[in-house]
Design a protein around this ligand. Sequence first.
Ligand code: N01
Length: 544
Amino acid sequence: MTDPAPSTVDAVIVGAGFGGMYMVHRLRKLGLTCRVFEAGTGVGGTWYWNRYPGARCDVESMQYSYAFDEHLQQDWSWSELFAGQPEILQYANYVADRLDLRPNIQFETRVTGAEFNAAEHRWTVRTDKGDVVTAQYCIMATGCLSTARKPDFPGMDLFKGQTYHTGHWPHEGVDLSGLRVAVIGTGSSAIQAIPVIAKAAKHLTVFQRTPNFSIPSRNGAMTPDYETHWKSAYPDHREAARMTPSGILRNPNDFSALDVSDNERLAILENRWASGGTSFMAAFNDLATNQTSNDHAAEFVRNKIRSMVNDPATAELLAPKGHPIGTKRICVDTNYFLTYNRDNVTLVDVSKAPIEAMTENGLRQGGNEHAFDAIVFATGFDAMTGTLTRIDIKGRDGETLANKWEAGPRTYLGLMTAGFPNMFLITGPGSPSVLSNMIVSIEQHVDWVAGCIAHMGARQLDCIEADPAAEDNWVLHVNEVAYKTLYPSANSWYMGANIPGKPQVFMPYIGGVGKYRETCDEIAAQGYTGFQLRPPVREAVAAE
Ligand code: N01
């Protein structure tokens, strides 16, 4: 019989995605005892849950992978320039096996609550399987897009066919061949899924509320030359990526779209379009800040859409006009717009005539009944805060996190929130997170947290908490930086605008990955300014 898992550990880590996996690796190396709770049956987080057809990363594979271990990055080979979900999940499993992470992970277990005991400086963490574990540190590696959101149309239970959410796709796969399928939503997930579903389905109807800008990925097989180019100087490339605004090397042009002639501008945009991917947004240095520059890039993409879609009315519906390009997450696709030229695909605009209800046979929209065999919700997530505020987290004074964040998330550096000592957030709101290459940002946070815990251990300190004044200043700064850009002008999930009733606050930090890293490093080097570090309770009492 194996020993029961200990009920007291140094650190509880919530989530076994890329954040939780690297965190447990780092903390074990420091000699800490750790327990990871993961709701899924396996590792991989986002890539474990999002198995919809066409799911693929839109950061290049050579850059969307761990950089902390030179052997690991040399040994793993990607088969495509942009890896598909199955390969990324395979990679996550490979890392878990290679680093022998599984003994620390308890799968199929969801953390339901965590309470800080101020007299002991310890967290008590509870799970839906009845576990009660105390830990000095509680580290939330819960992901930014992990709470899927379905609209609550009247009659949700009436529909007799199958419904799916892209973020909870069945693991055994779904055979949509020969079926009448609806996709609701046209965000990144839908834009990847639609071309694949269209090929299988008898008929596909897409319900679009807001059209999105999408750039062709130009995905293809990995070539030996390209792989060698990266692997021959991996540490240098990684270091350079860490200091970029987005955590991605993508050859940015450091001049305005308005500093070049019309012909030059067009040529630059054509060039970016031809090479594909999100580097389109790095064509000029002011696409996120200057409306006129942005208008040029947006119109360029609208014209591309018009040139690809045969039916002019459908093309106009697909051409986004209500928000600056990039202010809703830019999408990357393979044949998305061309899919609307297929005879078996229909686009329904629900911007003025919303979906009214689900019915036995499908749904009702604009007074019309639409019949389907299957409905796919590609309707997104309660991003950045939804997963954390659904856990009953009680801080030092018994206040819940949900209550503290009622008017929007408040953090210091996106790493901690005042009143919740010894609780770290991996890529929390107020950090670059979703505006960056997630793995770069995850590694930066995990390294910083591990460094902080080592610092505390070496000085016999056992409690760290964000200072409320430092937090206030950081929240202000996050806001100020956001409002210097065009981002807040869009009704995006970055703003919480996709969730009815959610406070509209720009949640990620848009100051740039490299600059943010420097700030975090400086704060650590100065002895963790803006944080209160405390000795164990008994020592503190004795000293009084
Ligand atoms: O979700 P979304 P997603 N009636 O929120 C629509 C990452 N990601 O899963 O815009 C009709 O973007 C909604 O319409 P509107 C990436 O960061 C990365 O697609 O609110 N429509 C929208 O069109 C991404 O941004 C990758 O008007 C309704 C859609 O549903 C994030 O995940 C791949 C509706 C939701 O889009 C989320 O993407 C996939 C309603 N009642 C995802 N309610 C890659 O790396 C909602 N919608 C490639």
